[in-house]
Each structure stands twice: as C-alpha cells, then as structure tokens.
Design a protein around this ligand. Structure first.
Ligand code: ATP
Ligand code: MG
Length: 507
C-alpha cells in the first residue's frame, strides 16, 4: 500500500447548535486522487479548513508524514509539508500577470529582496508546461477564464513544492468543457506523484477522476471506498440513506387550455442571440441548454428586462410589453435567479430570515409602513421548511450556512414573491444530489400550481429530470426542441448541444 501522506485522526468540531465534524478520520496516500462526498452541511469544508489551519478542531489530531500536529496545525505548517489548499476564490492577484501569480509568492517566501523577473517568467513557463498547459504568462490574470485561473492556482501550488493539493468544489464554478481540462491537469499531477483531495457534488465527475471516495454524513464518516467498486446509485445511497427516484414532468404546450405567460417573437440582440421564438406556459417547466457562449444567459437577461433586445417582441400574458429594467419584469411577476452565485446579492452578515423576506417586505407593510410581523415570520418559516434549509436557527447569519444551503436561501429569496414566471439559471449549483432532487420537486410542484418555469442548465441530465421539454441553443440561435423527454436518450441531446456548426449560415 502507498505511504500515508496525511492522516486526519478522530477530528471533532462543534459550532453553536451544530456538530460539524464528529470523530472523523481520513487518510490521504501518496499519489492518489481522493474525493470527499456528502450532503450539504455534512462537514466537508470544515474538514478542509481543519487541515489547512483555518479552523481549529475541538479534538483529534492531524498527522503529516507520521508527525502529529495535534489540533493546532497552522497554515504555514501545512504549506511547509507540501499541503496546499486552493479555496474557491483561488486567492490570486487579478492585476498581476500569470507569471507573477505563479512564481512571486515563492520568491517572497524565500525572502529574496531583489526579484529576478527573468526567473519569475521561466518558472511559470516551466510549471505550466509540466501540466501541458498553454497560457500566455504575460497576460494579466483578469483576462483568464475561471478554469485557466484554477490552473494558475495549481501551478503556484506546485512551485511551492505541493505534494497534496486540496480543492473545495473546484468544478462548481466552471463549465463542463473546462472540467475536462481541469481533470487532465489533475491526471498529469497525479502522474508526477502529487495527490489530490477534492470535494464535488457531481457524482459523475467523482467517478471520472477518483481512486478513493470517502463518504461523510452529518459530520461522521460512513466509509472509504475504492471508486471502482461503486456506482452512482450506491454512492447516493451511502451519502443520504435514501434511494432517489426521478419523476419526469409532463406538459403539453399545445394541449387544450395551455396558456402562454411569457413569449418571445423574433427576438434578436446583436452578437448575443438571434430570431428567438419561444413561449413559456403556465404550468410548464421548459429547459434551455447550450454550451457557454451559446447565448442562453444573454437571452434570459433580456427576458428579465436587464438588457433590451434590438428587435422582436416580448409578450406577457399575450400582451406586448417593453421592459426597461428588472423592476418592470418584477412588477409583471417575473423572477430571475442568475447563474453567478456570488452576484446574487445575499447579505452574508444578515440573518437567513431577513435574506429570504427581503424581496417581499414592501408587500407586508400595513398602516404607516409598519411591517406585518406574522406574515414575515410565516414567509421565511415556510421557505426554510419547503427547501429544507439546514440551520439551527433562521436568525443566524447567512455566512454560517454551508455553501449548498446558501444556494437554497437564494432560491427562497426569489420564490418568496410568488412569481408567475421563474427564470432560473443553474438552480442547483453546489447542491448535493438529494437536495437537488428536492429542489426539483419544489420547482415541479410550483409549476403544477401554475407557475411557468424556464430552467437554464449546463447539465442535460438535470433538464431531463425536471423539464417537460428542452430547447437547445447554439451560437445565439435556437436550433432544436425536444419533447417527450422520457423517450429520448441523453446522449442524443448532448450531441445536438455539442455539434459543431456546419455551413448553414453561409446561405
Ligand atoms: N462559522 C460557522 N458558524 C456556525 N456554523 C457553521 C460555521 N461554519 C460551518 N457551520 C455549520 O457546520 C456544518 C458543516 O458545514 P460545512 O460548511 O463544513 O458543510 P459542507 O459539507 O461543506 O456543505 P456544502 O456541501 O453545502 O458546502 C453546517 O451545519 C454549517 O451550517
Ligand atoms: Mg462546503
């Protein structure tokens, strides 16, 4: 068996009202790719923070190469021993070049006062070539895609002599194409003997890359498994103790009584989307997918009044409307949940309850602007309950929630106004499989009650699970529609999404 590089032994960590980790142990060996999976709030990020010294556990010990650091390992100890945690924000410098980001911290840590710029560049080029990555090292970081930035962060870790790189949900912020790229880099690292520990909610990815999978549930270890010995269904069961079943959604947009809520006719906007005809009906869940850059998000922005189309018409309940801004859209009864989780305006220091009701407080005003407190409490209670937001108290700050639970608060916030039409871009980013299924149930229930939903997602599988029909965009155009999703193979849709454009535009 390979040597143990890092051993976490019997770690416990409690926060007020929550046992985040409970006697948890994990061993990472040299040269392995190890995945940590578990539901939202099960303690994964807390474990990673305990390893890097960002959180001090209440009990247990961290052992590196056989040397125990007790519960009080520091970030510097970890880095000296070759353990690098790359957080989601990546901690890079947007104004510095790629070369500087990769090599400079190493120079600074060595205490060199004069920087040898030629060397800075050389190291960066060399490190990237080890990963077989071509990125112009003179570019400022802010010109790079998210995936390229991750590779820069990995390269930086390598220049510091990393033997184990730890990443918390590295694939939530990047596209499916970029995941493949990141995984190639991980495989090359692995071939050089560097170990990797990472967290992901996308179980298909876990099976693509992992040697070993450790499952955590409510802060306790369920077990360590050879990835080859499991499949997705078994892994889901280990994580949640439940078997998942998918309930496909049926709706006939041409059926009797189908009522169009939001409609686009010949909608175009230069360089973004062109000639879009679509209708979202009351009671329908329409899926919209396409590669990044296909124009799907740009289209959603116009349907929400954030941008004006150049030509074409938008109709709401059959009447042409001109939305001059999102306020107009909200007034009509349209909600939009944007893709970028950090741009969704959660007030991190405010309570969960306040974040949920913020979109509806105006409606709760009675005489003299006094807010109807009962209504307020009922509203946040019901959403916490419906979306199963995991917290000991709604009066805790949003920042105390795990990532996936914060995502649910965002969803609650946009559902609280009870919109007629809900445009959702990536509703379950960072959400665990079981909760994802629950969120899908909630969306379908709301549709059954009459809401019209446009669900934009990268994952064709997600669209197949939730929607009654799927629209595919490519280069700004709607190129295909699939109905009866039950009878269609995922691969068939996937092929249309990824199909390179032929010469149809030439005519
Ligand atoms: N600073 C904090 N104060 C209070 N409670 C916290 C704090 N940080 C985490 N918790 C709680 O500890 C538990 C574990 O959280 P953690 O962030 O480790 O979960 P996770 O497994 O990473 O979840 P996710 O998949 O949603 O990211 C959760 O119940 C969370 O609310
Ligand atoms: Mg987390």
């Amino acid at each position: 068996m390979a040597e143990a590089l890092l051993e976490v032994r019997n770690i416990s960590k409690a926060y007020i009202g929550v046992q985040a980790l409970d006697d948890f142990s994990i061993t990472i060996c040299e040269g392995e790719v190890h995945c940590l999976v578990g539901e939202n709030g099960s303690g994964k990020s807390t474990l990673i923070k305990s390893i890097s010294g960002a959180v001090q556990p209440d009990a247990g010990e961290i052992v590196i190469d056989g040397t125990s650091y007790g519960t009080s390992i520091t970030a510097i100890d970890a880095i000296r021993q070759g353990i690098e945690v790359i957080y989601q924000d990546l901690s890079l410098f947007p104004n510095l070049t790629v070369a500087e980001n990769i090599s400079l911290t190493g120079f600074i840590e060595e205490g060199k006062r004069l920087t040898n710029w030629k060397r800075v560049r050389e190291i960066a080029v060399q490190t990237l070539s080890q990963l077989e990555e071509e990125i112009d090292v003179e570019l400022p970081l802010d010109r790079l895609s998210m995936a390229q930035r991750q590779i820069v962060a990995i390269s930086r870790a390598l220049t510091k002599g990393a033997r184990l790189i730890i990443m918390d949900e590295p694939t939530t912020a990047i596209t499916a194409e970029d995941v493949a790229r990141l995984f190639n880099v991980v495989r090359r690292l692995n071939a050089r003997g560097v170990s990797m520990l990472f967290v992901s909610h996308k179980l298909d990815e876990v099976f693509q890359i992992a040697d070993t999978v450790t499952v955590v549930r409510d802060g306790k270890k369920v077990g360590d498994y050879d990835a080859k010995s499991l499949d997705e269904t078994e892994l889901t069961y280990l994580m949640t103790g439940e078997m998942l079943e998918y309930k496909p959604f049926e709706f006939d947009p041409e059926g009797e009584g189908a009522r169009s809520l939001l409609e686009a006719r010949g909608l175009s906007r230069e360089n973004q989307y062109e000639g879009i005809d679509l209708a979202i009906h009351a009671g329908e869940v329409v899926g919209l997918t396409g590669l990044v850059g296909s124009g799907r998000t740009e289209l959603a922005l116009s349907l929400f009044g954030m941008t004006l189309p150049d030509s074409g018409e938008i109709l709401f309940e059959g009447t042409p409307v001109k939305m001059r801004g999102p306020e107009d859209a909200k007034r009509l009864g349209i909600s939009y949940l944007p893709e970028d989780r950090h741009g969704q305006g959660l007030f991190e220091d405010q309570t969960i309850a306040d974040n949920i009701v913020i979109t509806v407080v105006d409606r709760m005003k009675r005489f003299f602007g006094i807010i109807d407190n009962n209504k307020r409490v009922d509203t946040w209670r019901s959403w916490i309950e419906k979306l199963k937001i995991k917290t000991p108290s709604a009066l805790h700050a949003v920042s105390t929630l795990s990532g996936g639970n914060q995502q649910r608060v965002v969803l609650a916030k946009w559902l609280a106004p009870e919109p007629k039409v809900f445009l959702i871009d990536g509703p379950t980013i960072g959400v665990d499989v079981l909760s994802k299924a629950r969120i899908h149930d909630v969306i379908q229930d709301l549709a059954r009650a009459g809401m019209g939903v446009l669900l934009i997602s990268d994952e064709v599988s997600e669209i197949m699970q939730v929607c009654s029909r799927a629209l595919i965009m490519r280069r700004g155009r709607l190129v295909a529609e699939f109905r009866n999703l039950r009878s269609i193979d995922e691969a068939e849709i996937q092929a249309v999404v990824a199909e390179p454009d032929t010469s149809e535009e030439a005519s």
